[in-house]
Ligand binder design. Structure first.
Ligand SMILES: *[C@@H]1O[C@H](CO)[C@@H](O)[C@H](O)[C@H]1NC(C)=O
Ligand SMILES: *[C@@H]1O[C@H](CO)[C@@H](O)[C@H](O)[C@H]1NC(C)=O
Ligand SMILES: *[C@@H]1O[C@H](CO)[C@@H](O)[C@H](O)[C@H]1NC(C)=O
Ligand SMILES: *[C@@H]1O[C@H](CO)[C@@H](O)[C@H](O)[C@H]1NC(C)=O
Ligand SMILES: *[C@@H]1O[C@H](CO)[C@@H](O)[C@H](O)[C@H]1NC(C)=O
Length: 902
C-alpha cells in the first residue's frame, strides 16, 4: 500500500491527539504506579499484598478506577499499624479522591497535596507527623472532610487562609493538633461547615463575629485550649448557629452572658469552667431538644435555672450557691433590677464576682451602698472598665441618690427615665462614650457629663466642675417656671372662656413686669419641644465697643466657648453681672478680655430637655441669621446641662425702657425721628428674617423688650429663641404657641397657626406703642382700655381723640403729624384681624423708608455699621466674618450694596 502524500492534516490530527492522550494517560498511570511504589518503599508494616509486586490496584487499601486507565483514586490505610514517612511523589496521584491514613505512626514532614483537585477526604488523625507543608490546604476545591486530630508531634501551625478554596468543606476536625494563634477567622467563610472541632489546641483571643455565618454548623467544639490566654470574649455568635446540636466550649475564658438561644436545637451544651456571667436565659432552659448541660464553674447570676425533666445538668454546689435561691424561683426585686442594670453593661465579670446571691445590701456587692433601711442609695462604679449601655432599669432604683459611672467606656444614650428619679442628687457619667442627648435632670441634680459624645459637637474638656454653684438661684428659677405654668394654665382657660373667635383684651394680674414676662405655652397640633427655647431676656445694656477682634476666644471648631472662659467673663455668674432675668433664663453681662458681651444662661428646665442635639440645631439656625438689625450671636457653650448663648452687647438698653419705663431707666423720651428710625431698623431686621435669609424664620416674640438699642439709638432685634424655621413650600405651620400677651396675633393665640404675619401683627403693636407711648397691655387702666390694639384702632376713628392718644412727649410739626398718621395707618393694617389683610414686612420697610426719606434723607446712613451681613455662613467662615474683612450684602437690601469694609 503506497503512502498517500495528500492525506489531509485534518484526518491526522485527531489520531495524533488520541495518540498523545493515550500516551499521557499511560504516563499518569505509570506515575501513579511510581508513587505507590515510592510509598511502598517508604512505609513499613504494610499489608502483605504491597510486597508481592504486580498491579498496584490489587494492593490492600488501594482503590483504582474501574474503567479507563485505572488510576488510583483512594488510599485507605487507616489503623494498619503502618509507620514511616510519606514520599513527595504522593502529589502525582492526581486522581486521588480519598487519602485515609488515620491511626498509624506515620511521621516526618507531611508532603504537599496541593493540586489534588479531586480530593474529598483527607484523614490524617492520630499520627506522628512533625510538620505540614507550606501549601497545606491550598488548591483542594473538592475537600469535604478533613481530620488532623491528635498529632502529638506536630510543630505549631496556623490554619492558612488558603482553606477558603475548599468551599465544600463540611467537617474540619483538628483538635489536639498544635494549632496556635488567634481563632482562624477564615473559617467563617466556609459556610458549608457542619462540624468544627478545634479543641485542645493553643488558640487564644475571641471568636470572630463572622462565625455567625456558619448557620449550617451542627457541632462546635472549642473546649480546652491549652495556652493560658485560652479563647475568651463573648459567645454571642452561637445565637446565630440555629442548627447547632453540640456546643462544647468548656475550659476557656469566655465572658459575658449566654446569648438568646431561643432558635436553638441544642442537645449538648457544655460551658463549664469559663467566666460566663449573667442570668441563665430561659431561652436555654426551654430548649426542648436539650439532653446534656454543664454550667459548673462560671459566674452565673440570678434565679436558679430550671431545666426540663430528663436533662442531665451538671452544676457544682459552688456554682449553685451563686444563684439567688437554692431552688428555682424569682430573686429579690432589688436584685432583679440590679441584674437588669448589669445586663446593660453586658454582665461584666468584675461585677459578677461580687454581684451574686440575693442580698445586694450585704455590703459585699461592689459599688452598691444601701441605707440602714436597705434602700439602695448609691451606685458607685467609676473606673470599672464598664462597657455597654446605661440600663433604663436604673430608674427603678427610686431610692438612689448618687450614681457615679464616670471613667468607663459606656456607649449609647442616657435613658430619659433617669431624669425622673426622685432622690437623685448626683449623676456622674464623665469620660465615657455616651451619645445622643443628655436628658434634663432636675436642677437639684448635680450632673457631670463631660468627656462624652453627646450631640454633634463631640468631646468637651472635662477640666471644670461646679458650674452651677448657685443652687438657690436655680431653685428660684424652677419655682418661677412652676408659677408660670400655673399662670399659663389659668390664662389659657381664661382665654378660652372669652370666646376664642374674638381676640379681646386679656387682663393679667400682678405687676406690669410679670405680665410682660407671661408666655403662653399651648400645645398645638405639632407639639414640638423646639418652642421651649423661648428664652426670655428682658434687657441688655452698656457699652459696645465696636468689633474688637474676639476671634481668639473661640475654639478651633467655631463658636464654642469653654465654660471656663464664660465663668471668668461673668465673674462666676455673679449677681452683680445680671442684666435681666426671665422665666426661662438669666442674662449676664460678661467681659471677654475687654469686649463686653451678653451671656444668656438658659434655664435647664427649658433648654435642658432639648439636649445637645437640638441645642446645636438651634445654634445652627442662629448662626445663619446675621443682619445689622439683628443682635448677633457670638458663640455658645454647653457644659453638662448648662446651655449658654453669647451675644453681642447692646449699650442703649431696650426699646421698652425708652418707651414706658422712663422714670426707672432715666432715658429722655425718644423724638419722632428716633422712633421712625428705630421702627425702620426693626422692620428691616424682621424683613430679613422673613425672606432675605435663605430660609424663612419667624420670630414669634417680637416686643419692645426684645428690641435692643445701641448708643446711637439704632435698633437690633434680639431673642431668636423663638425663631422657627418655616418650610419653603408651606409658610404656615401649627406649633405650640409661644409669645407674649398683647403681641399675639389672634389666629396664632387661638389655633397655634404660625406664619410670618404673626410677626407683622406684633410689629404693628410695637408701632402703636411707639406712637402712643404706652404698653400693649396696661392693667392700671380701666378694663376696656387695657388692650392697646383695641383702644388704638377705636381712637383712630376720631382725629381729635387720636391726637390726645398720641404720646405727648413728642413735639410734632405739621409734617411730622402727617407722617405719624401714615405710620398709625400702617400699624392699623399690621394688626388686622385676618392675617391675609396684614401687609408683608417688606411693605412696612418701603412705607417707612419713604416716609423717613421725606423727613431726613441723610440721617439713615449705615456706614458706621460694624455688622457683617450674609445670609448664611459656615462655621469655618465665622472667624473670617468677624474680622469683617470682606462681605456682601443681599442685593435686595434697599440701601446698601456690596462694598468693602475696613
Ligand atoms: C492528644 O493526642 C495524644 C496522642 O494521640 C493523646 O495521647 C492525648 O490523649 C490527646 N489529648 C487529648 C486531650 O485528646
Ligand atoms: C472571607 O469573606 C470575607 C467577606 O465575606 C472577605 O472579605 C474575606 O476576604 C474572605 N476571606 C478570605 C481569606 O478569602
Ligand atoms: C453529656 O455531655 C458529655 C460531654 O459534655 C458527653 O460525653 C456525654 O456523652 C453526654 N451525655 C449525654 C447523655 O448526652
Ligand atoms: C477592659 O475591658 C476590655 C473588654 O471590654 C478588655 O479587653 C480589657 O482588657 C479590660 N481592661 C482592664 C484593665 O480590665
Ligand atoms: C469611644 O468610641 C470610639 C469609636 O467608637 C473609640 O474609638 C474610642 O476608643 C472610645 N473611647 C472610649 C473612652 O471608650
Amino acid at each position: 500500500m503506497g503512502r498517500d502524500p495528500h492525506l489531509p492534516l485534518a484526518a491526522v490530527l485527531p489520531l495524533l491527539l488520541l495518540l498523545l492522550s493515550s500516551l499521557a494517560a499511560a504516563a499518569a498511570k505509570s506515575a501513579d504506579e511510581g508513587a505507590i511504589s515510592d510509598l511502598a518503599k517508604s512505609l513499613s508494616n504494610l499489608p502483605s499484598s504491597w510486597t508481592s509486586g504486580g498491579d498496584v490496584c490489587t494492593f490492600d487499601g488501594i482503590t483504582c478506577e474501574r474503567g479507563g486507565e485505572g488510576r488510583v483514586t483512594a488510599i485507605r490505610l487507616g489503623n494498619k499499624g503502618v509507620s514511616g514517612t510519606l514520599p513527595p511523589s504522593l502529589s502525582s496521584l492526581t486522581a486521588l479522591t480519598e487519602l485515609d491514613l488515620e491511626g498509624n505512626t506515620l511521621g516526618g514532614a507531611f508532603p504537599s497535596v496541593a493540586g489534588l483537585t479531586g480530593l474529598t477526604r483527607l484523614v490524617l488523625n492520630d499520627n506522628w507527623f512533625a510538620s505540614l507543608p507550606k501549601d497545606f490546604l491550598q488548591d483542594l476545591p473538592s475537600l469535604q472532610y478533613l481530620s488532623l486530630e491528635n498529632m502529638p508531634k506536630l510543630e505549631p501551625w496556623s490554619v492558612s487562609d488558603a482553606i477558603v478554596g475548599s468551599s465544600s468543606l463540611e467537617t474540619f476536625a483538628a483538635s489536639n493538633a498544635s494549632i496556635t494563634g488567634a481563632f482562624p477567622a477564615v473559617l467563617a467563610n466556609l459556610t458549608s461547615l457542619r462540624s468544627l472541632r478545634l479543641s485542645y489546641n493553643k488558640l487564644t483571643g475571641g471568636l470572630p463575629a463572622g462565625l455567625a455565618e456558619l448557620i449550617a454548623l451542627d457541632s462546635l467544639q472549642l473546649n480546652n485550649q491549652q495556652l493560658d490566654g485560652k479563647l475568651s470574649g463573648p459567645i454571642n455568635v452561637i445565637a446565630a448557629m440555629t442548627n447547632l446540636k453540640v456546643l462544647w466550649i468548656q475550659s476557656n475564658q469566655f465572658t459575658g452572658p449566654i446569648p438568646d438561644l431561643s432558635k436553638s436545637q441544642l442537645e449538648s451544651f457544655n460551658v463549664r469552667d469559663n467566666m460566663l456571667t449573667g442570668v441563665v436565659p430561659a431561652s436555654l432552659t426551654g430548649i426542648k431538644t436539650l439532653k446534656n448541660v454543664s454550667l459548673t464553674n462560671n459566674q452565673f447570676q440570678g434565679p436558679m435555672p430550671e431545666f426540663n425533666k430528663g436533662v442531665v445538668v451538671e452544676l457544682s454546689t459552688e456554682t449553685q450557691s451563686r444563684f439567688c435561691q437554692t431552688k428555682p424561683g424569682p430573686c429579690d426585686p432589688l436584685v432583679t433590677i440590679l441584674f437588669e442594670v448589669a445586663a446593660g453593661f453586658g454582665y461584666p465579670y468584675e461585677l459578677a464576682k461580687t454581684w451574686n446571691g440575693n442580698a445586694p445590701c450585704s455590703s459585699t456587692w461592689i459599688g452598691i451602698v444601701c441605707s440602714s433601711g436597705k434602700d439602695l442609695i448609691i451606685v458607685n462604679l467609676p473606673k470599672r472598665n464598664l462597657s455597654g449601655t446605661i440600663s433604663p432599669a436604673f430608674a427603678k432604683l427610686t431610692g438612689l441618690q448618687k450614681l457615679d459611672l464616670s471613667d468607663n467606656h459606656l456607649t449609647g444614650e442616657i435613658p430619659e427615665d433617669l431624669a425622673t428619679m426622685p432622690n437623685l442628687n448626683l449623676f456622674d457619667v464623665t469620660n465615657n462614650n455616651l451619645s445622643g442627648e443628655l436628658p434634663t435632670f432636675k436642677p437639684s441634680v448635680k450632673v457631670l457629663a463631660e468627656g462624652n459624645r453627646f450631640g454633634e459637637s463631640g468631646f468637651l474638656p472635662s477640666s471644670l466642675a461646679g458650674a452651677h454653684k448657685n443652687v438657690g438661684m436655680i431653685i428660684g428659677i424652677l419655682i418661677a417656671v412652676v408659677l408660670l405654668v400655673a399662670c399659663v394654665v389659668l390664662l389659657v382657660r381664661h382665654l378660652r372662656r372669652k370666646n376664642s373667635e374674638k381676640f379681646g383684651p386679656v387682663s393679667t394680674k400682678g405687676s406690669p413686669d410679670e405680665s410682660e414676662m407671661m408666655k403662653i405655652q399651648v400645645v398645638g397640633i405639632n407639639g414640638n419641644n423646639n418652642e421651649d427655647s423661648a428664652v426670655q431676656t428682658e434687657l441688655y445694656s452698656q457699652v459696645s465697643s465696636g468689633s474688637t477682634n474676639i476671634a481668639h476666644m473661640f475654639e478651633s471648631h467655631g463658636m464654642q466657648f469653654s465654660m471656663e472662659v464664660l465663668l471668668k467673663a461673668t465673674n462666676n455668674f455673679n449677681e452683680d453681672c445680671i442684666l435681666g432675668k426671665g422665666g426661662f433664663g438669666v442674662v449676664y453681662k460678661g467681659n471677654l478680655d475687654g469686649k463686653l458681651v451678653a451671656v444668656k444662661r438658659c434655664d435647664s428646665g427649658v433648654m435642658g430637655t432639648k439636649g445637645q442635639q437640638e441645642f446645636m440645631a438651634e445654634i445652627d439656625v442662629l448662626r445663619k441669621v446675621r443682619h445689622r438689625h439683628l443682635v448677633g450671636l457670638l458663640g455658645y457653650c454647653t457644659h453638662g446641662y448648662e446651655r449658654l448663648l453669647v451675644y453681642e452687647y447692646m449699650s442703649g438698653g431696650t426699646l421698652r425702657e425708652h418707651l414706658c419705663d422712663l422714670q426707672k431707666s432715666g432715658y429722655t423720651p425718644l423724638t419722632w425721628t428716633q422712633r421712625m428710625t428705630i421702627a425702620l431698623d426693626v422692620a428691616r431686621g424682621i424683613e430679613y428674617l422673613h425672606g432675605l435669609a435663605q430660609e424663612t424664620f419667624i420670630h414669634r416674640d417680637l416686643k419692645p423688650s426684645n428690641i435692643l438699642l445701641d448708643q446711637d439709638l439704632r435698633a437690633k432685634v434680639s431673642d431668636f429663641g423663638l425663631v422657627k424655621l418655616a418650610n419653603d413650600t408651606d409658610k404656615s405651620m401649627q406649633t405650640r404657641v409661644a409669645g407674649t400677651f398683647g403681641y399675639l396675633a389672634p389666629e396664632y393665640a387661638t389655633t397655634g397657626k404660625v406664619t410670618t404675619k404673626v410677626d407683622v401683627y406684633a410689629y404693628g403693636v410695637i408701632l402703636m406703642e411707639m406712637l402712643a407711648g404706652r404698653k400693649a397691655l396696661d392693667d392700671s387702666l380701666p378694663e376696656d382700655e387695657t388692650h392697646l390694639v383695641t383702644i388704638f384702632r377705636k381712637s383712630m376713628l376720631d382725629k381729635e381723640k387720636f391726637r390726645k392718644f398720641v404720646d405727648t412727649t413728642m413735639e410734632l410739626s405739621a409734617e411730622a403729624w402727617k407722617s405719624l398718621l401714615e405710620v398709625a395707618d400702617l400699624a392699623r393694617h399690621c394688626t388686622a384681624r385676618e392675617p391675609n389683610q396684614r401687609p408683608d414686612m417688606s411693605h412696612c420697610v418701603n412705607r417707612l423708608s419713604s416716609l423717613l426719606d421725606e423727613w431726613k434723607p441723610t440721617d439713615i446712613d449705615d456706614d458706621d455699621d460694624d455688622e457683617c451681613e450674609t445670609s448664611q455662613m459656615g462655621l469655618n467662615q465665622q472667624l473670617e466674618k468677624w474680622r469683617c474683612d470682606d462681605f456682601t450684602i443681599s442685593d435686595s437690601d434697599t440701601f446698601s450694596m456690596s462694598r468693602k469694609y475696613n
